[in-house]
Design a protein around this ligand. Structure first.
Ligand code: PEP
Ligand code: MG
Length: 757
């Protein structure tokens, strides 16, 4: 029995997903126990039902359809009591419930055991026989052991959302109406094909994928194997002189593993079953690593890591192979655990329709990038079954943060209608492109665009932006394989400056660190947002800073619309040091024969300490720009990328409003203009408050520009000041939002506010 158990578990572990694992279990248990029926019911807590999810012996079509209410039948009794029930004849038990859907009439003997994890019943495993006879003790123990094993796997599936998805897939009532919840990342609705994207070096992230050309996959796999073999042999030879022969035996072990049937054969079998080579390899390695890890011998346990190392090497070749150059469908919706800026760069812009990420939130940089590109995005969709949705039809509702996977046609039609309406509204708002951003009593609040992409220049121009209020220079750095040189940077900056001249363009110096990593400049820290970030890095690397400033200054030759903005300033000395470097760069350039004006220089107020130093900082520069994304995160101690605390992240929090108000006053006390370039500026409700506080300009992603303009054009300064007076008395963000939404509704702008959020 023990061997049977082991072999069943091994098969289950190699299953592609929960659905397949359940089918394997019922089939193998039925064979092993020689019973007529084996079934698994999963507990659906939301519906208060036990749902038949896999069976051998009952009608296959009853899977997903037989749903037993919590107080009905023997299955419920097993679950409610959380103990096994062994009956010679189920049909005479008082709780027996006859369901004619499954063809159960002929069965009498019944053995049901609960599947329990951490005292919680996740489902019931049942076997039945036609004859009237209790199951013996050995059978009972076997089933209990099986259920205990199953519990671990199911608990994992439950936390990763797989159980819910499975239940949902089998529930006709739920299929349409219940989307997966995430957070709004970028507004808009995307309908398209899910394309799973993942870091290619991460073995665990490799998904399963069905393939048509099995032979091509087998060939690619064998080709990768021989390439790795060649590498290892070469490496071993090269190290002959320096490594003791004992150590070099490791290479022999690697070579043996490469040729072993358990790696080569098992992967090939999985490919024959229809999985692509990389997915088949991942599954094989997962299975074998488990076997190694279960061994008593510590030496053998460590071989698990060797195996993973080998797999990474094979993977490297597999994914490099031309066969795996991704084809992106016309309407690509990128889905992934974590999506980064360089990943967006892989997709041709005209094919990228939407983004759905399991991690991150509205202020993650990929969400900001998505807004700049006008691509709808849902972030923090934690339950997203990333490994299983490649190729599915998917809807990303970026307004509400909802994701629909393989929705029925009527849901698709409904969203297509919404998308059309949205396009019409955007067109409508475009009419505002040529009118000034002015309150009804004539106060002008220029609206600038945030960007970091050359591709975004034309949309920014056509939506009537008064200039660029924040050009995030790290984006051009992110999509390269090395630091761009002075010439290269100069060309990029010149395009932006020239496109907008004579309108102002604010170029921010490099703000890497935090969640903005450069692939070629890795920084490993426990607390990256409190670590080496923004100006801290560039002051430590004056060679990077000076090159960038020189590129900016040279790019401004002849147009003179350059403003330089310094990120993450938290102390006065950082500003002084930066100013010294900028002046040095300027002087050097002029000594080299250029005749360049010193540009206007500004400081970002995005760290709480800078709020309190705002007046001192403002005296040293030409303008202040409040970065509300970071300011909110640092003031409220809420990670801007953490979906779990996203509810707590709100720029309408009174502490943020007070800090912003204080900064505006401090800037004005030093006679310097103050702008907001964080996402707060794009929230129509917040924009109304900022106008009331006397903000001099706002900068936001192009997509939000005309919504905000519409609000401003409906305001008077007096009314806006009144809002500020009222909200500064309030104690929490929700009260502020409710109050402001009410004010917007009464101005007839409710629809706009609702759609914009
Ligand atoms: C901010 O922090 O508000 C900001 C505009 O900068 P970033 O989002 O690039 O950190
Ligand atoms: Mg910032």
């Amino acid at each position: 029995m023990l061997n049977t158990l082991r072999s069943i578990i091994q098969d289950v572990n190699s299953a592609r997903d929960l659905d397949q694992a359940l089918s394997i279990i019922v089939q193998r248990i039925r064979e092993a126990m020689g019973v007529d029926v084996c079934s698994i019911y999963l507990t659906d807590e939301k519906q208060q039902q036990h749902v038949l999810m896999a069976t051998q012996g009952l009608k296959p079509e009853s899977v997903g359809k037989v749903r037993l209410a919590f107080n009905t039948g023997l299955i419920s009794l097993v679950a409610a009591r959380a103990e096994p029930l062994n009956l010679a004849d189920a049909q005479i038990h008082p709780h027996y419930h006859h369901s004619d859907k499954i063809g159960m009439e002929q069965f009498h003997a019944f053995l049901g055991v609960p599947i329990i994890h951490h005292r919680k019943v996740l489902g019931v495993l049942v076997v039945r026989q036609t004859r009237v006879e209790r199951f013996d003790e050995e059978h009972e123990n076997f089933l209990i052991t099986m259920a205990a094993q199953l519990a671990g796997a199911m608990a994992h599936a439950k936390t990763s959302g797989e159980t819910d998805i499975l239940l949902k897939q089998h529930d006709p009532k739920q299929q349409d109406a219940r989307p997966l919840k995430g957070l709004p990342g970028a507004p808009g609705v995307a309908i398209g094909t899910a394309v799973h994207i993942y870091p290619s070096t991460d073995l665990d992230a490799i998904p399963d994928r069905k393939v048509g050309n099995i032979q091509a996959e087998i060939d690619a796999f064998h080709h990768a194997l021989s390439s790795v073999k060649q590498d290892l042999t070469m490496l071993s030879n090269r190290l002959r002189e320096v490594l003791p022969s004992e150590e070099r035996r490791l290479f022999d072990a690697y070579l043996l593993m490469l040729d072993s049937h358990s790696l080569r054969g098992a992967t090939a079998t999985r490919i024959m079953e229809g999985n692509w080579a990389a997915g088949a390899l991942r599954a094989t390695i997962e299975e074998q690593v488990k076997v190694f890890l279960e061994m008593d011998d510590a030496y053998l346990r460590e071989r698990a890591e060797d195996l993973r190392e080998l797999a990474r090497r094979i993977l490297h070749y597999l994914l490099r192979d031309e066969t795996y150059k991704r084809e992106f469908p016309e309407h690509t919706v990128l889905v992934g655990e974590e999506i980064t800026a360089p990943m967006l760069g892989d997709v041709p812009t005209e094919r990228l329709r939407g983004i759905v990420a399991a991690r991150g939130s509205r202020t993650s940089h990929v969400a900001i990038l998505a807004r700049a590109l006008g691509v709808p995005a849902v972030m923090g969709a934690e339950d997203l079954p990333v490994h299983r949705i490649d190729g599915s039809v998917i809807i990303a509702d970026g307004y509400n943060g909802n994701v629909y996977i393989s929705p029925p046609l009527r849901v698709i039609t409904e969203f297509e209608r919404l998308a059309k309406e949205e396009a019409a509204l955007a067109e409508d708002l475009l009419r505002l492109a040529d009118v000034p951003s002015q309150t009804q009593d004539g106060n002008t609040v220029p609206l600038y665009a945030n960007t970091g992409l050359l591709a975004d220049i034309n949309p920014s121009l056509s939506t009537g932006a008064d200039g660029i209020g924040l050009y995030r220079t790290e984006f051009p750095f992110m999509i390269r394989q090395r630091f761009p040189g002075e010439e290269e940077q100069m060309r990029v900056y010149r395009q932006v400056l020239h496109a907008f001249a004579p309108k102002p363009v604010v170029l921010r110096t490099l703000d890497i660190g935090g969640d903005k990593a450069l692939p070629y400049f890795p920084i490993k820290e426990d607390n990256p947002f409190l670590g080496w970030r923004g100006i801290r890095i560039t002051l430590d690397h004056p060679e990077i800073f000076i090159v960038q400033v020189r590129a900016m200054l040279r790019a401004s030759a002849g147009v003179d619309n350059l403003y330089i903005l310094l990120p993450m300033i938290s102390r006065v000395s950082e500003l002084d040091d930066s100013l010294t470097l900028i002046r040095r760069a300027h002087q050097e350039l002029n000594e080299e024969g250029n005749m360049l004006n010193l540009p206007k220089i500004g400081v970002m107020i995005e760290v709480p300490s800078a709020v309190y130093l705002a007046e001192n900082l403002a005296r040293r520069v030409d303008f202040l720009s409040i970065g509300t994304n970071d300011l909110t995160q640092y003031l409220l101690a809420v990670d801007r990328n953490n979906a779990r605390v996203a509810e707590l992240y709100d720029s309408l929090h009174p502490a943020v409003l007070l800090a912003v108000n204080h900064t505006i006053r401090s800037g004005h006390a030093a006679n310097k203009p103050v702008s907001v370039c964080g996402e707060m500026a794009a929230d129509p409700v917040a924009a109304a408050l900022l106008v009331g506080m006397g903000i001099d300009s706002l900068s936001m992603s192009t997509a939000s520009l005309n919504r905000v303009k519409w609000v401003i054009r409906n305001l008077t300064m007096e009314r806006a000041r009144g809002y500020v007076e009222a909200v500064l008395q309030m104690e929490d963000a929700q009260t502020v939002r409710d109050y402001m939404n009410g004010q917007m509704e009464s101005m007839g702008l409710g629809g706009l506010v609702r759609a914009g959020r």
